[in-house]
Design a binder for this molecule. Sequence first.
Ligand SMILES: [Zn+2]
Length: 192
Amino acid sequence: MKEFKGQKREAWELEALAKLKKGGRVGARAVKFVAANKVKLGFAKQTTGAKWTVQGMLIGPRVIELSSKQAPGVRSGKDAWTISLIAHEAKHYEQGLTTALSVYGELEAWQLQMKVLRELGAPPTHPALLAIEKLKLSHDQVALKEAARLMKQYDPAYRIDLLPLNPVGLTTVMGSLQKLVRAQGSPRPKAK
Ligand SMILES: [Zn+2]
């Protein structure tokens, strides 16, 4: 892909990004962001499906770490969920630290991810995901509480409860960050 000219990237990275781009408009926009901001993709051992890193957010380089457990599925291009997480995590880098660390920021990223899953021909089927898709993205506390409840319903291990509903000031964010250092990440794929 021409947008990655001059960037050192592995073959699987380029293939996953090409798949994301080919899927549709939302995925293509995420790929554009990844290219323009030189966001690296990698695999790392973790309890979540993927994550952005604090260092990437604050200092750089920006890296999206995908769960190494999903590596075979990503390399073969078959793991649409993990490929859609690339767009989810890229959205967090685009949001910046304070929004990324809020339920509001998560709702935006989850909804974007659902759109990408549809583009990839792997539409969500879990009732909680379908309900998340239908929520109106707003700063309304009732809606955000419902979003957090649905995320927890989809993945009980997901630590959305550690995040404030709406983006808050940097001091509070640093407090959330300390709690999240071990727990932060994205929803894992549901075991089939
Ligand atoms: Zn997220």
